[in-house]
Design a protein. Structure first.
Length: 305
């Protein structure tokens, strides 16, 4: 597919070399993007540019974004909707900062997040910084990663076990991000997990064990689409098969999750195949054996995609 043209809405007047570039993709978020922008502009660390890439919105997202009269704000528009990963990558391409942070257009930062990222990047051995996330879904509050999780500077084993970071918590040195290829646009979801896996192969992380970013549930949240997670998890395992094979217990768990999701969708053959792959990695994994038996004897009602 031909890349959609990127039109300048407002270029801003920021220094050519700010310390930080913040990339915020947006699609039909007129009702919430103001909160996200305000949480960036009120950061205690002020040497940044905010790059907003409107992904072909058909509401007044652009008008809300343009109402913020701050020279650090740069606004661009894609002529057609191309997905958040593509919009994020287009923002990375034009970023001028020494390190790049990500914010989602429906979420919020606490005022000291960038300051804490900057402190981590003052350590030359650190290429990746991320904080704990507070997930605020209706009346439920969760923390990701959970309290007490210890994140080493070389966290490959932990990241292979499962996602530990989300895009709005993450900042990466710009040369590193461009060298490894930025965000995988082929994935329907879990792009931040896949990016974390690639980063963990060669780079050191610093974790801020405080919830300095808040994620809110939205109507079009990808977390509601089981099918997208199933496809993404399968693709990530295939893409990084060499790493997953180094951690057979984690691989078995991911195969089990895939089997369970196929089972829930009524895809009996696919479910059995994943359970078989799970026990081949971890023969005594009783959950996978139980899942296999359930798929052999029951055909659940097909769930909606």
């Amino acid at each position: 597919m031909t890349r959609a043209p990127l039109a300048i809405v407002r270029e801003g007047q920021i220094s050519l070399t700010p310390s930080c570039s913040i990339v915020m993709p947006a699609y039909n978020r007129a009702d919430v993007i103001g909160r996200a922008i305000q949480s960036v502009l009120t950061q205690s660390f002020e040497d940044f540019e905010l790059i907003i890439v409107d992904d072909g919105s058909c509401d007044n997202t652009l008008e809300v974004a343009s109402s913020f009269d701050d020279p650090r704000v740069r606004i661009y528009k894609l002529e057609r909707n191309s997905g958040s990963a593509h919009a994020r990558n287009r923002g990375i391409e034009i970023a001028r900062g020494q390190w790049i942070a990500f914010q989602d257009s429906d979420d919020e930062w606490l005022p000291t997040l960038l300051e804490r990222h900057a402190a981590n990047f003052a350590r030359p051995e650190i290429d990746v910084s991320f904080c704990q996330l507070r997930q605020q879904y209706a009346a439920e509050t969760r923390f990701f990663p959970p309290d007490g999780v210890q994140v080493p500077e070389a966290p490959t084993a932990l990241i292979i076990a499962g996602p530990i970071m989300s895009s709005q918590t993450l900042a990466v040195r710009a040369p590193v991000l461009r060298r490894i290829g930025a965000v995988d646009e082929a994935l329907p979801s879990l792009e931040d997990w896949e990016l974390g896996i690639r980063l963990s192969r060669q780079h050191r992380f610093a974790y801020i064990a405080e919830p300095l970013a808040i994620a809110y549930e939205s109507e079009n949240s990808m977390t509601k689409n089981v099918g997208s997670f199933l496809k993404a998890r399968s693709a990530i395992i295939e893409k990084h098969e060499d790493l997953f094979r180094r951690f057979p217990a984690s691989l078995a768990r991911h195969r089990y999750i895939l089997g369970r999701q196929h089972h829930q969708r009524g895809e009996r053959g696919a479910a059995i195949n994943q359970f078989v792959l799970s026990v081949s990695s971890r023969p005594l994994y009783l959950k996978a054996w139980a899942g296999m038996l359930a798929s052999l004897t029951l055909v659940p009602k097909r769930a909606a995609t």
